[in-house]
Design a binder for this molecule. Structure first.
Ligand SMILES: [Zn+2]
Length: 281
């Protein structure tokens, strides 16, 4: 069946000419990432330079047609899996520090490229919200959308890196923060989950080429301190190995059936109920 070629003027994947006629309302950060209906946010035009807790529901934009939104929904699962694994690892950590000896090793393996694409999707959504006020002269390069769509790889050394030191205690709090490098032509986006878990993601620049990494007026270190395509976070209690880890598979071969301890967490933890409430304008 031939599909009619169509570019929706508001869809950031419009250059593929595979758009539907309808635009969808898209959450800037997948709602599965958050338990509460409030999100700590800064840097958005309507916040006037303040950091505020705003309803997650308001963190939405019309930036994808319904066809592309549906096609990219597995990336929301990747973010959801990541958040669930953080919660589960923290739950097990709290259990394990109380007992002298643990028998079973738990490894929770996430789909690295999918998480990377999901963070770039957040960058594209956020750029749509900010471009008029914050980035009047700057556009995200068009190859970023192709990477999110799974059609193109990033340049060597560019992509997702973590700034969370190995062995850090994950905080059991439900805070999320997201923002671009504070300059007119940003080279990276910072995405922080659950208080402490901080990612930086570039699209052109190799992460190690970044000098000072800044976010929310906080210096996060240099690019060389970031762990590019991190493979494992081992959870420790002091020097004691709790036999608990969060892993990333970067092979592109990750599949749901091989990682039931990850997909089995879907629906286990509460998430913000975003669609249940009627929107008021
Ligand atoms: Zn589209």
């Amino acid at each position: 069946m031939d599909r009619e070629e169509y570019t929706h003027p508001r869809c950031w994947a419009g250059h593929t000419r595979e758009c539907s006629r309808q635009i969808s309302r898209e959450h800037i950060v997948s709602s599965s990432a958050f338990e509460s209906e409030l999100l700590t946010v800064s840097g958005l035009p309507f916040l006037d330079g303040e950091t505020k807790e705003i309803p997650t529901e308001r963190m939405a934009t019309k930036a994808l047609c319904t066809a592309h939104n549906t096609a990219l929904s597995p990336l929301d699962d990747a973010v959801g899996d990541f958040c669930n694994v953080l919660r589960e690892v923290e739950r097990l950590r709290q259990e394990r520090v109380k007992i002298p000896r643990v028998r079973k090793t738990h490894r929770f393996v996430l789909d690295g490229p999918a998480v990377e694409r999901a963070v770039l999707k957040i960058a594209l959504n956020l750029h749509r919200v900010l471009r008029k006020d914050t980035f009047p002269e700057w556009e995200m390069p068009s190859h970023v959308a192709d990477t999110v769509l799974g059609r193109r790889d990033l340049p060597d050394g560019a992509g997702l890196a973590t700034l969370t030191p190995v062995g850090v205690t994950l905080q059991n709090e439900d805070a999320g923060l997201v923002g671009f490098e504070p300059c007119e032509e940003p080279r990276y986006i910072v995405f922080r989950l659950r208080g402490h878990f901080t990612f930086v993601c570039t699209w052109d620049t190799p992460v190690t080429h970044l000098e000072d990494l800044v976010f929310e007026e906080e210096t996060l270190g240099r690019g060389t301190a970031a762990l590019f395509h991190l493979k494992r976070i081992n959870v420790m209690q002091g020097k004691r190995d709790l036999r608990l880890s969060l892993d990333f598979d970067w092979s592109g071969e990750w599949n749901e059936r091989a990682h039931r301890n990850v997909t089995g967490l879907r629906g286990r933890f509460p998430t913000a109920r975003l669609t249940a409430r009627k929107r008021k304008r």
